[in-house]
Write a protein that binds this ligand. Structure first.
Ligand code: KG4
Ligand code: ZN
Length: 334
């Protein structure tokens, strides 16, 4: 047997500084995430300059800490994978530069990873047997898309939000209720205390043909409702809002999975951490003969384990690596 191969993953596309070490293709040996959320909370969203500066401050320590957790030395790393897009250009540049620097210093290959593809690979870590073909619902703070995945590395976007991402709408709705950014986890908990039938919020594009989404109107509906009924119970607003979001995501993703003749649906990204979405989609899908997979919560929200997994796959299966001139790609798609 040869030496184990260790991939270092680095993720800094938004407000999470994350580092992970993967042995081989799917064995996660260390996975650390430092969230800057608190630093951005009072601004109601991510401030790019604050994000860049704090990635720069935290990343070198986090890399050392991750190596210590894994119990390996830096010289044992055989591949460096870092997110190169999509995301905020400054934050991306910090992670990329560190990754390239380590690769250059160790004289090991470097690979840039698409953050969205990374989210899809989170499922490979938790369910290594659930290989493509499958439909992927990528639902996060920055993206909401349905992606047909006949094979890893082959992606066909079959539906996408025409305005806000689901997580973005959740965060903005949370702001209206006075919930700090990112509001997703708090809304998730609050909704369990409320009545999801209390307010008949619209279910945008649910009945429309095709697999695109729209969440901006739903957010406006909450705004108007709260202006008209300022005494409305926040838990009922949260529950009713989530009921609409979950209903649309559930219907479109199961329909798309069937239309493309897949038997598996993989749900990834920060909003996939939502308990209501997890419960609803699993039972709705199972009744329709579709296996629905969700990574554990810590692999749904931004992390570097998924980045290492995507990088290791492309390097080990396709011999792919990138030149050290690779530039950040803030608007990268799948
Ligand atoms: O994937 P992610 O960490 O970052 C992006 O790539 O955007 O997703 C962050 C989004 C935020 O909008 C956050 O509010 C949402 O995921 N989120 C949740 C939950 N946990 C995080 N939304 C609903 N329920 C949750 N439990
Ligand atoms: Zn993400």
């Amino acid at each position: 047997m040869g030496c184990p191969s260790y991939t270092l993953g680095i993720e800094t596309s938004c407000d999470e500084t994350a580092v992970a070490i993967l042995e081989g293709e799917t064995k996660l040996v260390a996975n650390l995430v430092y969230s800057q959320a608190e630093l951005h909370a009072r601004y109601g969203g991510v401030v790019p300059e604050i994000a860049s500066r704090n990635h720069l401050r935290k990343l070198p320590y986090l890399i050392r800490e991750t190596l210590a957790h894994a119990g390996i030395s830096i010289s044992q790393l055989s591949l460096i994978a870092a997110t190169y897009g999509p995301g905020l250009v400054g934050p991306l540049l910090v992670g990329l530069s560190h990754g390239k620097g380590i690769a250059f210093g160790l004289d090991v290959p470097f690979i840039g990873v698409n953050h969205l593809e990374g989210h899809i690979f989170a499922n490979r870590l938790s369910e290594p047997a659930s290989n493509p073909p499958f439909m992927a619902l990528v639902v996060s703070g920055g993206h909401t898309s349905l992606v047909a995945v006949p094979e890893y590395g082959e992606y066909q976007v079959v539906g996408i939000t025409v305005d806000d991402a689901a997580g973005e709408a959740l965060d903005k709705m949370g702001k209206m209720l006075g919930i700090a950014y990112p509001a997703g986890p708090a809304i998730d908990r609050l909704a369990y205390k409320g009545d999801h039938t209390a307010i008949p919020f619209p279910r945008p594009m649910e009945a429309a043909p095709g697999f695109d989404f729209s969440f901006a109107g739903l957010k406006t509906a909450v705004l108007y409702h709260l202006r008209k009924y300022p005494e409305e119970k926040p838990e009922d607003v949260a529950a009713s809002f989530l009921a609409s979001v979950v209903s649309v995501l559930r219907k479109k993703s199961i329909e798309a999975t069937r239309r493309y003749h897949f038997r598996q649906l993989v749900v990834v990204g920060g909003v996939a951490a939502n308990c209501h979405l997890r419960e609803e989609l699993v039972s709705y899908g199972t009744r329709r003969g579709i296996k629905v997979f969700f990574p554990p919560v810590e692999l749904c929200t931004d992390n570097a384990a998924m980045i290492a997994a995507a990088g290791a796959f492309h390097f080990l299966h396709q011999g792919k690596s990138d030149p050290l001139s690779l530039a950040p790609a803030p608007s990268l798609g799948l």
